[in-house]
Design a protein around this ligand. Structure first.
Ligand code: AQP
Length: 344
């Protein structure tokens, strides 16, 4: 089944598993804002953005007050970055029970072997898989439900989530095949832009992550200008000046990462950014990048701080978003139950 018969609809989510990083911003939120305002490739979309708080209890069980604070802070980050709760549906996952209800059905559709192949499962469970939670193992089935409970046709994500979107398509295809229906769409991942994979400042082969134990490995959206400058100054690089072309960055992951960040923050392609900074020493390039990052992030972090003073306002936005979300999810779950033979 092609996505053409479905309403053009974008869904994406972020876990409130800690403060937002520059990776989350450039790989996800900034793109969400672009799709909300400009659509994709000339097409307009309904946009649905979610704080996936049920995913945030899969790796560890966070302190309840911290989880709620992280959810509000993430919501503040979305709004401060330009997500308009009137234009987009903005809510947290646990307010919309149809996500978990569909996830249970998908747990029964997905195969153990599919889940075992997920690289994020392997990375996060590590050598201690016996002790990891069942929720962490089933994470991709809940993610598939997050997407398919909206019949979402497109999902903007960072590179790291590509395999989970492929699994979402496998689950949709198996459900459609096993029940002889054309009910769930084949959702398309949208992985575009110069910074689909922002890397750690400590190790250019690892992605920048909010749960990395080293704070120096990432820029947090709440970091002030001095902290941003210090982290960029100390970011691991090599002694060579920047090359003349992108080709010259091939075996220089740390340098490539900084050029990609520069490109994404200045809304340029990687090629355009490279042409601008070609031949520069890091002593010249890093302060320029730090100034740009501070200028772009300062208005977002100050608006986040202002919104965090108004938790009631944030909760009202999330509650209203959840109501709008349920107008879409309730009929889709009703029909899924009918197809499966469940009664609600
Ligand atoms: N380093 C990154 N570069 C580009 N995109 C990224 N994303 C995350 N890190 C990068 C994108 O952000 C979205 C939300 O991700 P998530 O929070 O749901 O989970 P994650 O990918 O596991 O992010 P983190 O920061 O690494 O969280 P933890 O540390 O809790 O696991 C996704 O679209 C993702 O691609």
């Amino acid at each position: 089944m092609t996505a053409a018969k479905f309403t053009p609809r974008v869904f994406s989510g972020i876990q409130p598993s800690g403060g937002l990083t520059l990776g989350n911003y450039l790989g996800a939120i900034k793109r969400f804002v672009d799709v909300q305002n400009d659509g994709l490739k000339g097409q307009r979309f309904e946009t649905i953005y979610c704080m996936v708080d049920m995913h945030a209890i899969t790796a560890t069980l966070p302190d309840p007050a911290t989880l709620q604070k992280n959810t509000r802070e993430l919501c503040a980050g979305f709004i401060a970055s330009g997500i308009d709760p009137e234009k987009s549906i903005l809510f947290n996952q646990s307010r919309v029970p149809e996500h978990a209800q569909l996830a249970w059905i998908f747990n029964c559709v997905a195969r153990m072997g599919w889940m075992q192949r997920m690289t994020q499962w392997k990375d996060k469970a590590g050598k201690n898989a016996e002790n990891a939670s069942l929720g962490l193992f089933a994470y991709p089935a809940l993610m598939a439900a997050d997407i398919l409970i909206y019949h979402a046709t497109h999902v903007p994500v960072g590179e790291d989530q590509k395999q989970h979107i492929e699994l979402t398509r496998d689950i949709a295809a198996k459900f459609n095949h096993d029940y002889g229906v054309d009910f769930f769409p084949m959702t398309e991942p949208v992985i575009e832009g110069a910074a689909t994979r922002v890397m750690s400042f400590r190790d250019g082969t690892k992605k920048m992550s909010k749960s990395d134990p080293s704070d120096a490995s990432r820029i947090n959206m709440t970091d002030d200008a001095d902290t941003i400058a210090k982290k960029i100054r100390k970011a691991k690089t090599d002694p060579e000046p920047l090359p003349e072309t992108l080709e010259g960055l091939k075996d220089r992951p740390e340098a490539r990462n900084l050029v990609n960040i520069y490109a994404a923050l200045s809304d340029k392609t990687a090629e355009e950014a490279m042409a601008e900074v070609a031949g520069q020493q890091f002593g010249q390039f890093k302060p320029m990048l730090a100034d740009l990052a501070a200028a772009k992030l300062a208005p977002i972090s100050s608006e986040m701080a202002r919104l965090m003073q108004e938790p009631g306002e944030i909760d009202a936005i999330l509650a209203r978003g959840a109501e709008r979300a349920r107008e879409i999810t309730a009929p889709i779950l009703d029909e899924t139950y009918r197809i499966v033979g469940l009664v609600r």
